[in-house]
Design a protein around this ligand. Structure first.
Ligand code: HEC
Ligand code: HEC
Ligand code: HEC
Length: 98
């Protein structure tokens, strides 16, 4: 059922919304520190469409699947794009972790 909720929010979402998509998402990581995903930076600045990430790569925070950096290197989660071509590579730890 939750999938339907996310799809519904994808349909009503638009540039007029105060918060873009799901807003800022914080992934807690001990070391090297939390990673923050910004919808604003991806959707508005980099012009990545909702459908490129939803629902195939991500649903929502409540249904978050956790991935390791090793899995990302193989193309999961952020690693679907952050491989140095479409978007900066995974070696740039400090761009995502703080
Ligand atoms: C580049 C990838 C990407 C794009 C593009 C993207 N999202 Fe997301 N979205 C995410 C990630 C990552 C999460 C967090 C998922 C998780 O925790 O597993 C998320 C979560 C969400 C959530 C749930 C937030 C919560 O607190 O549970 C909503 C709603 C959402 N996105 C809507 C949108 C909409 C609407 C768009 C287009 C305007 C969009 N997203 C575009 C990656 C993206
Ligand atoms: C494109 C953004 C991005 C880059 C670059 C990145 N990370 Fe991550 N990293 C994340 C996200 C997001 C998570 C949390 C993923 C989850 O929980 O699903 C994470 C999780 C982790 C974790 C916990 C999971 C695991 O693999 O053990 C560690 C440790 C980590 N990162 C270290 C690093 C290091 C070291 C670098 C640089 C070599 C790096 N990260 C580069 C986004 C990034
Ligand atoms: C569908 C492709 C895609 C996915 C998935 C994706 N990104 Fe990105 N990301 C991009 C693109 C394209 C850019 C803009 C080009 C660049 O900065 O290299 C970008 C830029 C960024 C930036 C720089 C933001 C800024 O202010 O300029 C950060 C930080 C980032 N991504 C983190 C993440 C994290 C963390 C994840 C996983 C949770 C993730 N991205 C998943 C495509 C993606």
């Amino acid at each position: 059922m939750r999938n339907y909720l996310l799809l519904a929010s994808l349909l009503v979402a638009g540039p007029a919304m105060a918060v873009v998509g799901g807003g800022d998402i914080t992934f807690p990581v001990q070391d090297p520190g939390k990673a923050v995903f910004s919808h604003q930076a991806h959707v508005v600045k980099a012009k990545v469409g909702c459908q490129e990430c939803h629902p195939k790569l991500y649903l929502d925070v409540a249904q978050s699947k956790r991935f390791t950096m090793k899995q990302m290197e193989k193309g999961k989660s952020c690693g679907a794009c952050h491989q140095g071509k479409r978007a900066f590579e995974l070696k740039a730890c400090e761009k995502c972790h703080s």
